[in-house]
Design a protein around this ligand. Sequence first.
Ligand SMILES: Nc1ncnc2c1ncn2[C@@H]1O[C@H](COP(=O)(O)OP(=O)(O)OP(=O)(O)O)[C@@H](O)[C@H]1O
Ligand code: SF4
Ligand SMILES: [Mg+2]
Length: 385
Amino acid sequence: MKEMKEKAAAGRGQENKPGQAQDEPKGRKETGISRRLLTVENLETTFQIHKTSVYAVRGASIHVDDGDILAVVGESGSGKSVLMKSIMGLLPENAETRADCLQYMGKDLLTLSDGERNKMKGKEFAMIFQDPMTALNPLKTIGSHLTEVLRRHRGLGKKEARDEAARALKKVGIPSPESRLSQYPHEFSGGMRQRVLIAMALCCKPALLIADEPTTALDVTIQAQILELVKQLRDEEGMSIVLITHDLGIVASLSNRISVMYGGLIMEEGLTDEIFYHPKHPYTRALLHAIPQPATGVKERLEAIPGMAPSLMDLPKGCPFAQRCKYACADCEKQLPKYRQYTDTQRAMCIFTGEELDEKDWGAGRESWQAASESSRKEGIRDGR
Ligand SMILES: Nc1ncnc2c1ncn2[C@@H]1O[C@H](COP(=O)(O)OP(=O)(O)OP(=O)(O)O)[C@@H](O)[C@H]1O
Ligand code: SF4
Ligand SMILES: [Mg+2]
């Protein structure tokens, strides 16, 4: 953590090589080769609502390599969960997903049968959700939650599964794991329940863990512990992680890449350093500006993003951020802006370049978000964000 903090402090402008994590995870360190686990190209998901198709995700592309911690960030309703559930095949019947490519380790997920895909879930990739209480059955013991997964996916016997379940609880930092197995979810605190869900996900040793706002329901100190655990799993188990959050602050020192979503679109993506130190999109800059900076002691007003995200039922023809963007002009509303590629790893969907936006601000806004970025990267999760 200290090393990472120092690196963040010294790292202004020193971007990592494409696909390289901030700290090299175990698997990648040993082999030196980065394996592509997940490829998603141009994924669209629509819901049928009252005989109308509404777009929840509109052409999203992401990829995850060995040891990556990819953060998917955006306001409520931006499509983060729908994107991940589309990948996992967890959407209800009124949803339809199309993509130019949706592959996990070279397997086309769109053409797999439900049975084949279900076999992969949990074993190859697993997902944990925002609310640890609703994800656990209150009538079942913690032990039966875990042993069920182990017996189904790994074919373990009763005794073996119980031993393995205790080991999994220990790995996620639950004390006295043997006795805890006989307890029910209500006997666990929120943070402990989230640890149980992570342990369940770990049982099958998936190569990819998708964590959908795993800390939202928790208080700040517990949030920090869970995020530290996520990072530890990446480092020790060599697991790749997609971390969904609406708070850019919490991923500052955790992720190596970030995708920023808005209105079902990926507005900007890049290495974490690129997003924090050289953000190009007005929405990314607005999110950075909205990160509280208690550690700096700087008494600066946080800039809320005015207005609300557009309704899926009534998406504008042009840039979906136009109604809230201080740089918007008539051209922004004519059509969806194209992606502008800045580096091998960074691109943003805005008609203006980052430099053009800087000029519009006469430098003032820039200093402010840069100070916020610097501070977030330095403090990261140390302060429990
Ligand atoms: N089952 C569904 N049927 C219809 N619309 C849905 C369904 N699930 C999600 N949506 C819509 O899709 C859009 C994207 O939702 P999603 O849950 O992905 O947002 P999110 O970015 O995860 O937000 P949050 O941060 O609040 O979790 C929202 O407008 C939501 O209302
Ligand atoms: S395209 Fe226009 S409205 Fe959209 S983010 Fe860029 S400047 Fe703002
Ligand atoms: Mg969500």
